[in-house]
Design a protein around this ligand. Structure first.
Ligand code: MLT
Length: 316
């Protein structure tokens, strides 16, 4: 009868609001994606879905909060590639990326864009790399902390340019963007989600896209943007992805309900339109299933651990 009781108890899930934890400051790309998803999850879950930011340490503080949360399906994590890179960047990570989470499905893939303050003299990657070489490390490169997507892209950039820069960490790329627009920092490798509107508004200079395909967006019609690979960094390819996670031990009935709700939310035409207008690609492949999602993250973890080790970046 216990099994029947358990099944009946979870059959009502969710019977109170569900929280999506975002491990970065409000207003950043991860926050925007989570708020978009929260809106689209309301209908399939039949419940209020709220977003709560727990920023710091490149997203690892927010991830740890969900890893420790009650496994009842009411506290979920929206996180990106940082879940796969943090193990190579932190000696004492307060969670295990593969063992401490239930994988609910991948949400989207997003390119990043190398952007700079408008007062930079350089107008293309060739001129930029010359200025960086002459600046002897005094280039201020903003990111959202060790383990963030902007940190990873910045690391790959420094490796490709063979030049160390001064990194300036923030609690998210939203506050970093404010300083970049204000000219307090020089460069940032920001996800297209937040970079595209600023490029369109001519608030920042753009030097290249981090993925292998160009960003063919109406918003960038005035500013054709090459990929960093074609602009002079052959093989450069950083694609940021976002997934949805629950704490390990969340009941299977709840996991199935959440994965079904995610699938329904990602079919929401308004969500698709909004995200594609910013260069995001909604996941429709096997990575939408928990098994495919977990296999993908494991492969990414192995790949980026090797790349980070080869880059000589030491773990915190
Ligand atoms: C990142 O660099 O990891 C993200 O852009 C952080 C954020 O969403 O603020």
């Amino acid at each position: 009868c216990l099994v029947a009781w358990t099944h009946a108890a979870w059959a009502q899930f969710p019977d109170k609001p569900v929280t999506l934890v975002v491990p970065f400051a409000a207003g950043g790309p991860s926050d925007k994606i989570a708020r978009d998803l929260a809106e689209a999850l309301r209908k399939p879950l039949g419940q209020t879905v709220i977003v709560d930011n727990t920023a710091g340490a490149g997203g690892t503080i927010g991830a740890a909060r969900v890893a420790r949360a009650k496994p009842d399906g009411y506290t979920l994590l929206v996180h990106h590639i940082g879940l796969a890179t943090a193990p190579a960047l932190y000696k004492k990570l307060p969670y295990n990326t593969l063992a401490d989470f239930e994988y609910l499905g991948l949400i989207n893939d997003a390119p990043s864009v190398l952007i700079g303050r408008t007062t930079l003299a350089a107008n293309n990657l060739g001129e930029l790399r010359k200025w960086i070489a002459e600046s002897d490390g005094r280039v201020n490169l903003a990111n959202a902390g060790v383990g963030s997507a902007s940190h990873l892209c910045g690391l790959m950039l420094q490796n490709a340019l063979k030049s160390k820069m001064t990194t300036v960490p923030y609690k998210g790329t939203a506050p970093a963007m404010t300083d970049l627009i204000g000219g307090q920092v020089d460069l940032m490798c920001e996800q297209a989600t937040n970079a595209v509107p600023q490029i369109e508004g001519k608030k920042v200079k753009v030097f290249g896209v981090s993925s292998t395909d160009r960003l063919a967006l109406p918003a960038l019609a005035q500013t054709p943007t090459p990929t960093l690979a074609e602009a002079g960094l052959p093989g450069f390819n950083v694609t940021v992805w976002h997934g949805l996670y629950a704490p390990r031990g969340t009941p299977p009935e709840v996991l199935a309900r959440l994965n079904a709700a995610l699938r329904a939310a990602l079919k929401d035409p308004d969500l698709i339109k909004r995200q594609e207008a910013l260069g995001l690609r909604i996941v429709t492949d096997a990575r939408l299933a928990p098994s495919g999602h977990k296999a993908f993250v494991q492969a990414e973890m192995e790949r980026w651990t090797q790349v980070i080790k080869d880059s000589g970046e030491t773990a915190e």
